[in-house]
Design a protein around this ligand. Structure first.
Ligand SMILES: O=c1ccn([C@@H]2O[C@H](COP(=O)(O)O)[C@@H](O)[C@H]2O)c(=O)[nH]1
Length: 284
């Protein structure tokens, strides 16, 4: 008897494009800040984290294209926090909602392999659709993650031009070839996305807070994860000004701007829908 091997998953970029076309490009963050736990009437403990995550997943699963859990807020609680994160990732993925794990991993290649296996290896407890990674040990140090993402149909978001003002001292630094460090990361991503259609799986993090970015070539053929809308001051209306013709690649992220409407599940979902509508109108 012959057995048919399981079909290879569609690449992350193709799955994300489809989800963006269905739900709009908004990516909602799950960031259980201690201050939000308090605002929701929850304790800064594992029970509070569990209740916060439960309401967030109930509000978002199956209603938005992607969700970005901020790993740091779960890691605060050690293994019990990670168990809550694992459960959320599994439920969101089961509902067909793409999970972008915001863990910003980056290390020498041999250690990077272990990070890649943690988040990009099918069957791993924290297997996610995509992972944020830091290229500041050299873009080449991310090679094990690029390789495993290609094999498993997952994706990466590389920190290129981050939303925080402090990022400029590294990312705007000019290299001997005259290009900035941030522009170099974008160029490396464009190369890794070559030939991918309708969208590559290797994205950049580019803050929505950064103003006019017309001096950068943002057409990397992959998604541009854009944090900064809401609590950091950017608005949906800023997106066309910041991203120009690359706006079709933008995955705007809103975390606290949505989460502050909790703990009511309907109110959370309503806030996400309002941001989704504003963003869709802005980038249409
Ligand atoms: O450049 C970056 C990279 C990542 N982030 C993360 O995105 C969210 C933003 O949260 P808000 O509450 O919407 O401000 C958060 O998890 C950050 O760690 C970023 O802000 N900027």
């Amino acid at each position: 008897m012959t057995t048919t091997p399981p079909a290879a998953p569609a690449p992350f970029g193709a799955r994300l494009r489809r989800a963006m076309d269905t739900y709009g490009p908004l990516c909602v963050g799950i960031d259980p800040h201690p201050s939000l736990l308090a605002d929701w009437g929850l304790g800064d403990d594992v029970a509070g984290l569990t209740a916060f995550t439960r309401a967030s997943v109930d509000a978002l699963a199956g209603h938005v294209a992607s969700v970005k859990p901020q790993s740091a807020f779960f890691e605060r609680f050690g293994s019990r926090g990670l168990a809550v994160l694992e459960g959320a990732v599994a439920e969101l993925r089961d509902a067909g909602t793409l999970v972008i794990m915001d863990a910003k991993r980056g290390d020498i290649g041999s250690t990077m392999t272990a990070y890649a296996q943690t988040y990009l290896s099918p069957g791993a407890p924290l297997f996610s659709d995509a992972l944020t990674v830091s290229p500041y040990l050299g873009y080449g140090s991310l090679a094990p993650a690029v390789e495993l993402a290609r094999e498993s149909g997952s994706g990466l978001f590389v920190l290129a031009l981050t939303s925080n003002p402090e990022g400029a001292e590294v990312q705007h630094a000019v290299r001997p070839d005259g290009r900035t460090v941030g522009a170099t990361m974008l160029a490396r991503l464009a190369r890794d996305n070559e030939g991918a259609a309708p969208m590559g799986s290797f994205g950049a993090v580019v803050g929505a807070t950064l103003g006019d970015l017309s001096s950068y070539d943002l057409e990397i053929g992959g998604p541009l994860l854009a944090p900064g809308i809401g609590a950091q001051g950017a608005t949906a209306a800023d997106l066309p000004k910041v991203f120009g013709p690359a706006a079709h690649l933008v995955v705007p992220n809103v975390s606290r701007g949505v989460l502050r409407h909790g703990p009511d599940v309907a109110a959370l979902r309503g806030a996400a829908e309002r941001f989704a509508d504003e963003i869709r109108a802005a980038v249409a």
